[in-house]
Design a protein around this ligand. Structure first.
Ligand SMILES: Cc1cc2nc3c(=O)[nH]c(=O)nc-3n(C[C@H](O)[C@H](O)[C@H](O)COP(=O)(O)OP(=O)(O)OC[C@H]3O[C@@H](n4cnc5c(N)ncnc54)[C@H](O)[C@@H]3O)c2cc1C
Ligand code: FES
Length: 257
């Protein structure tokens, strides 16, 4: 992990809600693992002193790609950057997804949470893997064609039925689990989705890794802003720091409040 300056290459719209920010990393930047994130500041921007955490969408050579939704002032300001300008990054941060010996991975994403799964699929997916991505409606869909290039089957679900399967990602996921087609789940998305994925993983006794989101301060494990409750192996409850112990945690230990 290092503090570095990256050059903005372009910002391109990606569905109705997101934009893809491409940055050129300086020489010697470490290789990020899927599920890790970058902590971003716009130099000279005194209005937003806290960095914003954004997952890694893809890394191609020295080009780092991020999928960013305009949520509030911080992300709006980041997406106003122009080609040739610079961003101040701490990169890469956190503990990401680990494939281990598992072959048949199901990648489960919802909305903005699809973004880190693209990089996870580029690193880990093949024809034995599957993905299911949920979006509120057709105009918000992104990342699907890039993920299909990995050889995995990608199923799209929409809440309003305007594209793909009408319904939640847990429908196709449960069909795969019932059919014994999955050894490992990697998931990122809104908390209700992660809670439902956790319940399915426990019911079907399949390992699952959940990428969590919490508000962050330092991003490096020092301020405890990002604590989340976990169940420890001894059965007692404790806390982990989403920035440093996560953002990817084992579904068996996460306690959703
Ligand atoms: C590990 C991690 C990875 C992330 N990856 C991505 C990504 O790949 N793409 C992306 O678009 N966003 C991602 N986010 C969320 C992103 O960091 C927040 O949307 C952003 O910090 C909001 O800043 P803002 O100034 O634009 O909005 P603010 O004005 O700070 O907030 C706008 C709204 O978003 C809510 N919000 C702010 N931060 C978070 C957060 N961390 N989690 C949930 N809600 C939040 C606020 O409560 C408020 O309702 C990630 C967050 C984490 C912790
Ligand atoms: S953000 Fe400071 S400890 Fe996680």
């Amino acid at each position: 992990m290092k503090r570095l300056t990256a050059e903005v290459l372009h910002v391109q719209p990606m569905g109705a809600e997101m934009a893809c920010l491409a940055l050129r990393l300086p020489e010697g930047a470490e290789m990020a693992q899927p599920g890790q994130f970058v902590h971003i500041a716009v130099p000279e921007d005194r209005a937003h002193l806290l960095r914003r955490p954004i997952s890694i969408y893809s890394v191609q050579g020295d080009v780092l790609m991020l999928g960013i939704a305009r949520k509030g002032e911080g992300t709006k300001r980041i997406l106003q950057v122009k080609p040739g300008e610079s961003l101040d990054l701490i990169y890469p941060l956190g503990k990401g997804f680990v494939k281990g010996a598992s072959r048949r991975v199901a990648f489960v994403g919802g909305g903005i949470g699809v973004a880190p799964l693209r990089y996870a699929m580029e690193k880990y997916a093949d024809a034995d893997c599957k993905a299911v991505f949920g979006y509120r409606s057709k105009d918000l869909i992104y990342a699907v064609s890039a993920c299909e290039k990995t050889g995995a089957e990608v199923v799209v679900c929409t809440d309003d039925g305007s594209a793909g399967v009408h319904g939640l990602v847990t429908g196709p996921l449960e069909d795969w689990l019932k059919g014994g087609q999955v050894d490992l789940i990697m998931a990122c998305g809104p908390t209700p989705m992660l809670r439902a994925v956790q319940a399915l993983a426990l019911r079907y006794q399949v390992e699952a890794q959940l990428s969590l989101e919490e508000h962050m301060g330092c991003g490096v494990g020092a301020c405890l802003t990002c604590n989340c409750k976990v169940k420890r192996k001894d059965g007692e409850f404790g806390y982990k720091r989403v920035c440093a112990d996560g953002p990817v945690l084992d579904a068996k230990e996460v306690v959703f409040l």
